[in-house]
Design a protein around this ligand. Structure first.
Ligand code: ATP
Length: 221
């Protein structure tokens, strides 16, 4: 199992921001990705998450070349990749309670309803979210609590690959440690591959098995 960017170039409205990037994350490994601000790290994550189509090159998921973005590929492909972003407020639907937020990806694929509550409760417990917090909406919880719900949501399908884009940058040290330990625990249990994008060399040093620099995984920039 692996998630691969193979010679990916990408941009926005005709302006290229990423040229010929190649990166592989194997099952069970944690790869760190660093690089200067604006070098295209988040863009590469969005391409790997099937949220942004590359101009050239491919995403290869578990040996299969993927064409099309997230809403166009089958659920069985989409659910293999979990994503956690820096800002939980930008990605969390403000109308949903934290419990609904975590459950929503399961409802979207018509997961058996009687199994949803148990799965949500299990992940909420691991993320340290109490029943009181689960009943609240995003505006009534802290960034750290919301990010923990987003983490539970990202893991709800037991993804084979998890992409973390500065996912702990905004968090205090104890929440950062909790998020990392939940991810590491999941990785040990499932053999999930993890990509960690961060500006923090100490975090990458601690967490990643190897660290890649975006300026060296692209042929030219
Ligand atoms: N939605 C967008 N529309 C237009 N340009 C964008 C968009 N998102 C990013 N960009 C531009 O693409 C370039 C790469 O951005 P990206 O966020 O991928 O870099 P990054 O390495 O993650 O940066 P940082 O470390 O500052 O988060 C930047 O010049 C940025 O302004």
């Amino acid at each position: 199992m692996s998630l691969v960017a193979d010679g990916v170039s990408a941009g926005y409205r005709g302006r290229r921001v990423l040229t010929d990037a190649s990166l592989t994350v194997e099952a069970g490994e944690t790869v760190g990705l660093r690089g200067p601000s604006g070098s295209g790290k988040s863009t590469l994550v969005r391409v790997l998450a099937l949220l942004h189509a590359p101009e050239t090159g491919h995403v290869i998921l578990d040996g299969e070349r993927i064409t099309g973005t997230r809403h166009r590929v089958p659920a069985s492909v989409r659910t293999r990749i979990g994503v956690l972003f820096q800002s939980p407020r930008a990605s969390a639907d403000p109308r949903l309670t934290l419990e609904q937020l975590i459950a929503e990806p399961l409802l979207a694929v018509r997961h058996p309803r009687d199994l949803i509550a148990g799965r949500v409760a299990e992940l909420a417990d691991r993320a340290g979210l109490t029943a009181d917090l689960l009943a609240r909406r995003p505006h009534a919880v802290s960034d750290g609590q919301l990010q923990r719900a987003c983490l539970a949501r990202a893991l709800v399908h037991r993804p084979r690959h998890l992409l973390c884009d500065e996912a702990t940058t905004m968090l205090d040290a104890s929440t950062q440690a909790l998020v990392a330990s939940v991810i590491i625990g999941e990785q040990r249990a499932t053999g999930m591959g993890v990509l960690v994008v961060s500006h923090d060399p100490a975090l990458l040093e601690r967490w990643a098995d190897r660290v890649e620099d975006l300026t060296t995984v692209t042929r030219s920039h």
